[in-house]
Design a protein around this ligand. Structure first.
Ligand SMILES: N[C@@H](CCC(=O)N[C@@H](CSC=O)C(=O)NCC(=O)O)C(=O)O
Length: 272
C-alpha cells in the first residue's frame, strides 16, 4: 500500500492511496479524508457513479468541509478495476468505470470485476491501517454508487448506522441501468434481486435511517426508478425520506448542494 498524495484540507488530510487488490487482481486506488484530530474517526463511505474514479467526488462533492466539522472520515473507492489487462467496453456504462458493485461471474469480466467483494471485504481490511472506528460506519453514493450504497446497506444492516443516496439507481432489474450490466456481469438466470435495492427492501423493509435526494430535472430520471423505492418504503412501512428536488439535475452541482444535509444526517447516526 502506498500514499500517492496527501493534501491538507479543512484542517484534516486528503489522502489518495494505492494498493494491490486480490479481489480485483489489479492495482486499486481510493481517496481517504481524515478530519482534524487523532481519531479513531467514524467512517462515511461514498460510492461513485458511472465513469467516475476515486477522484470525482473527492474533488467535486464538497464533502470534506462538512466531514471536518463533524469529525467524520470519508472513503472514496474507485468504481471498477482498471488497467491494460482489464476488460473494457466502448460504452460508458459497462466495463471500466462501471463496476456496478457486483462480483462478475461471466467472461470477460469475472477475472477482475469483483467490486462487491472489494468494497465490502477487501477495502475495509485495508482501512485498518488508518485511525478509523469501523464500529461506526455509514454509507452514501451517487447514481450507480447510490445503488451500491443501498444494496450494501440492505445486505449488511448491522455494519452501518445510516444510509443515504443522491439520485440512486433504485430498481436496476427494471432499468437499462441494471439489466444490461447484470446480464453481462452476472449472466441471465443469476440472482439479480440480490443487487436490487427495491427488491431487497421488499423482502422485509429496512431499519436503518435512510435519506435519498433526487433532482427532478435529472435527465436520467427514467433509468433511476425512484418511484419503485418510494412504493417499497410505503408497502413495507419503512421509515425513510425521499426528497424530490425541483430543478436539480444529475450532476455534482446537485450532489454538492445537498452534501451538507447528508453528512449531518450521517453524523447524527454515527454519534448517537
Ligand atoms: N457520459 C454519460 C454520463 C455519465 C455520468 O453522468 N456519470 C455520472 C454518474 S451517472 C450514474 O452512475 C457522474 O458522476 N459523472 C462524473 C462527474 O464528475 O460528473 C453521458 O454521456 O450521459
Amino acid at each position: 500500500m502506498k500514499v500517492v498524495s496527501e493534501n491538507r484540507a479543512f484542517g484534516g488530510r486528503q489522502l489518495v492511496v494505492g494498493h494491490p487488490s486480490a479481489a480485483c487482481a489489479c492495482e486499486m486506488t481510493f481517496g481517504l479524508y481524515l478530519p482534524p484530530g487523532e481519531g479513531p474517526f467514524p467512517v462515511l463511505w461514498y460510492l461513485s457513479g458511472l465513469t467516475c474514479t476515486h477522484e470525482n467526488a473527492m474533488v467535486k462533492a464538497g464533502a470534506q468541509s462538512w466531514a471536518a466539522r463533524e469529525g467524520i472520515a470519508l472513503v472514496f473507492p474507485d468504481t471498477s478495476p482498471r488497467g491494460e489487462g482489464v476488460a473494457d467496453d466502448a460504452a460508458y456504462d459497462l466495463g471500466q468505470g462501471a463496476g456496478f458493485y457486483v462480483d462478475a461471474t461471466q467472461a470477460p469480466w469475472a477475472s477482475h470485476f469483483k467490486m462487491w467483494t472489494y468494497v465490502t471485504e477487501e477495502l475495509p481490511a485495508v482501512l485498518a491501517a488508518f485511525p478509523l472506528d469501523m464500529d461506526r460506519q455509514a454509507i452514501t453514493g451517487h447514481s450507480m454508487g447510490g445503488h451500491g450504497a443501498l444494496t450494501i446497506a440492505a445486505t449488511f444492516p448491522e455494519r452501518f448506522r445510516s444510509v443515504s443516496a443522491f439520485a440512486p439507481i433504485c430498481n436496476p432489474t427494471g432499468s437499462d441501468w441494471g439489466r444490461k450490466q447484470f446480464a453481462a456481469y452476472l449472466g441471465e438466470g443469476a440472482d439479480w434481486a440480490a443487487h436490487d435495492a427495491s427488491l431487497l427492501l421488499a423482502k422485509g423493509g429496512f431499519s436503518l435511517p435512510l435519506l435519498v435526494d433526487q433532482g427532478m430535472s435529472d435527465k436520467f430520471l427514467d433509468l433511476l426508478k425512484t418511484d419503485a423505492l418510494q412504493d417499497v418504503l410505503a408497502e413495507t412501512a419503512t421509515q425513510g425520506t425521499i426528497r424530490r428536488q425541483e430543478g436539480y439535475d444529475h450532476s455534482y452541482f446537485f450532489v454538492s448542494t445537498f452534501m451538507e444535509d447528508h453528512v449531518v444526517f450521517h453524523a447524527r447516526a454515527l454519534k448517537a
